[in-house]
Design a protein around this ligand. Structure first.
Ligand SMILES: [Fe+2]
Length: 295
């Protein structure tokens, strides 16, 4: 997904039909040939998948299911303290398994009756326009691999824990799902790459890293915070700014570190009014004006 793509491992499809994920030397799984083989196989599932077909099951080891179980338990404790009520409502409706990694097909089966959203497998980077555009059709692109077992609470790239715990629980809420949908419509509507980037940055500072006032506390609803064992403990101490379209659409961020500038909505209604209405109506002209007025 957009700038997040900077730290997606590149995926290469070779002429012999094999698919190879190029892990960086700093990746925790770099020196583990068994993990790398599994990453290649899982990437191959996404490369060969055609929309409308069932998503092939990824093979996970018992140790990997254990990572999911461990992280799920720890995050649930933190969600009770730091996640918005609407996100927790989505999580309760969705009922993800706690003891094993769900297959993406299973996530779709749980999600679709609730809000119509289905998952699509992604090998790695999905081009910006496609990643956002298909949200308008009720599809969410998701990686399928899980982080390396040596560092259960860390991943240098978005893995199935981020995609499913962070995003699917939010997509199970009617109100958040409606916002994802509107982001997709905006991405389809805008024409220039600059306008698309602006739309994607608003997504970044809301549905990925958004925070919100709730009963006098600062709570998180962004998938990036809610799926990160470390970041969820830190976000209240960051530079918290008021929700501002021009600022969000033009603020630079560094994907490789904890997000130190966050934007706070006063409430879910406030988020829907400001960001939902923006995505519902924006075009290249309104975005150019917003970008200009904030510089
Ligand atoms: Fe994400």
């Amino acid at each position: 997904m957009f700038e997040e793509a900077q730290y997606f491992a590149p995926v290469e499809s070779r002429s012999d039909g094999s698919v190879v994920v190029e892990l960086a030397a700093s990746h925790p799984g770099f020196a583990d040939p068994v993990y790398r083989e599994r990453r290649n196989a899982i990437a191959g599932l996404a490369v060969n998948h055609r929309r409308g077909e069932p998503i092939p099951a990824a093979e996970y080891t018992e140790r990997e299911h254990g990572i999911w179980s461990l992280v799920t338990k720890e995050l649930a404790i933190k969600h009770a303290i730091y996640a918005t009520a609407e996100y927790r409502h989505g999580a309760a409706r969705l009922g993800l398994p706690e003891d094993r990694i769900p297959q993406l097909e299973e996530v779709s089966r749980l999600l679709e009756p609730l809000t119509g959203f289905r998952y699509l497998p992604a090998a790695g980077l999905v081009p910006l326009r496609d990643f956002y555009g298909v949200l308008a059709d009720g599809y969410f692109h998701s990686t399928q691999y899980i982080r390396h077992h040596s560092v259960p609470f860390y991943t240098p790239e978005p893995d199935v824990i981020h995609e499913v715990i962070g995003h699917a629980n939010a997509l199970a809420s009617d109100r958040y799902a409606a916002l994802y949908h509107l982001a997709g419509e905006a991405a389809r509507r805008v024409e220039s790459d600059e306008a698309l980037e602006f739309v994607s940055k608003i997504f970044w500072f809301t549905l990925e890293f958004g925070v919100m006032a709730e009963k006098g506390e600062l709570m998180a609803y962004g998938a990036g915070i809610l799926s990160s064992y470390g970041e969820i403990e830190e976000f209240r101490g960051m530079d918290i700014r008021p929700l501002d379209l021009g600022a969000m659409g033009t603020t630079h961020y560094d994907i490789t570190k904890y997000q130190d500038v966050l934007f706070r909505a006063d409430s879910l209604e406030h988020l829907e009014d400001v960001v939902g209405d923006f995505w519902a109506t924006c075009d290249d002209d309104t975005i150019a004006k917003l970008a200009h007025s904030s510089t």
